[in-house]
Design a protein around this ligand. Structure first.
Ligand code: URA
Length: 433
């Protein structure tokens, strides 16, 4: 078998066999197939797609490209939650402590930033000292002890995805349903969880630009998960504007801390309550959404959700002084206000532009080995639906790079103002089960 034949077969719209998919995944993981051939195949898949059988085989081959985890030593129902990515998407960091404090065991493996979207691991690592690396035993012990752990994939787990994820990030091949579905589901299946909740984002700031493709991606993943005996559901959530106000690693951690203290932005909290109430039902803790919402709001009110987050940060070596006093986080060299030169109601804040600019300010990676500036990013002052007066601040730019001036035009273009009031965006549109 030759890799070039597999690439040309897919380029011409052919259907790959298990043997061919196995040859690719096994060879790429081992280092026998070079990045340039793997990226050519990813590009061919992006253009030509894959049928459901090919996606299931790809998922299975990726899942078994390394070790799989046995979580049977964790008592209770193990839940994992995964988002397909967004701008300002810190949902997992608020939601997981909320549900863990209600008795669900959260054994979560997260990813890093991909394209213009941020990654949960990068956000967590902005807390000084925090490590996202744990051995299987340590991971299991932490979940048993405090109910929650959020770590990176170990190098033994799904190594194919680890390599492909990083490659896709820098080769323009993220936005393909077969590649996203297999990337997410192979990790979830390898990590041995019982129950999976997927947050499939759509809109300007998401990889899926419209609800129909989000539904298609959700359907594929939910069917793969349920087909393999994992209780899997998905919500379709809007990513037209950034989620919450903060975009960028430590800026988002500060917003997470506020949210866990009951001062979270409306859109972020609505997504957490919706996802959280589904997870509580999946885990058999509650029977209705209303019951779940009540339990979750009590977890915030009582401080239990915040304490669960703090315990997790402590267990992973993070300095909780930064949570107790978020002013301790290092600030960027430049903090610049973007001022509105007109007035009106905000009808749009282009999440893609905000995500891309945030990356250029240092908050994300443009190349595989780029270092992230944890303090960099964007803090919105306005959301869709807000009224803006001339001279109001639209957002703050946080960066230590002096090239920010070149980005101001792009940021101004991200906002659209209209003269009539506009309704705020719905966050959750549908549940796929
Ligand atoms: N999240 C993942 O884990 N993989 C993708 O491909 C996209 C989002």
């Amino acid at each position: 078998m030759r890799m070039v034949d597999i690439i040309t077969k897919k380029r011409d719209g052919g259907i790959l066999t298990r043997e061919e998919i196995h040859y690719f995944i096994e060879g790429y993981t081992r280092g026998a197939i070079p990045d340039y051939q793997a990226s050519a195949l990813c590009m061919a898949i992006l253009f030509k797609g894959m049928n459901n059988d090919e996606i299931s085989i790809l998922t299975d081959e990726m899942c078994h490209s390394g070790a799989t985890m046995d979580l049977s030593k964790i008592d209770g129902v193990k839940v994992d939650k995964h988002s397909t990515g967004g701008v300002g998407d810190k949902t997992s960091l608020v939601l997981c402590p909320m549900v863990a404090s209600c008795g669900v065991k959260v054994a979560k493996m997260s990813g890093r930033g991909l394209g213009h979207t941020g990654g949960t691991l990068d956000k967590l690592e902005s807390i000084p000292g925090l490590s996202v690396t744990k051995s299987d035993e340590e991971f299991i012990r932490q979940v048993n002890d405090i109910g929650i752990a959020i770590i990176g994939q170990t190098s033994e787990l799904d190594p194919a995805d680890k390599k492909l994820y990083a490659l896709r990030d820098v080769t323009g091949t993220v936005e393909a349903i077969p590649l996203i579905a297999s990337s997410i589901m192979s990790k979830k299946l390898a990590s041995g969880t019982d129950t999976i909740l997927l947050d499939v984002t759509f809109g300007e700031g998401a990889f899926m630009k419209d609800i129909d493709s989000a539904r298609e991606l959700a359907r594929v993943m939910v069917d793969i998960g349920n087909g393999l005996g994992k209780n899997t559901k998905a919500v379709l959530s809007s990513m037209e504007e950034p989620l919450g106000y903060a975009v960028g690693n430590s800026l988002e951690i500060k917003e997470v801390v506020n949210a866990l203290h009951g001062k979270g932005p409306k859109d972020l909290m609505e997504l957490c309550y919706k996802c959280g109430s589904i997870i509580l039902m999946q885990a058999g803790i509650t029977h209705t959404e209303k019951e779940g919402r009540l339990m979750l709001s009590e977890s915030i009110r009582s401080g239990k959700a915040y304490m669960t987050f703090e315990n997790m940060v402590k267990a992973q070596g993070g300095d909780i002084a930064f949570l107790e006093n978020p002013d301790k986080f290092r600030e960027s060299g430049f903090i610049i206000n973007l001022i509105s030169s007109s007035e009106g109601y905000v009808s749009k804040i282009n999440a893609l532009t905000i995500g891309e600019v945030s990356m250029k300010l240092g908050a994300g990676r443009e190349k595989l080995d780029d270092m992230i500036d944890m303090a960099a990013g964007i803090l919105l002052h306005k959301k869709v639906g807000d009224y803006v007066k001339k001279g109001d601040t639209l957002l703050e730019i946080h960066t230590s790079r002096s090239n920010y001036k070149e980005l101001i035009k792009e940021l101004e273009g991200a906002f659209e103002l209209v003269s009539k009031p506009v309704p705020t965006h719905e966050v959750v549109w549908e549940v796929v089960e």
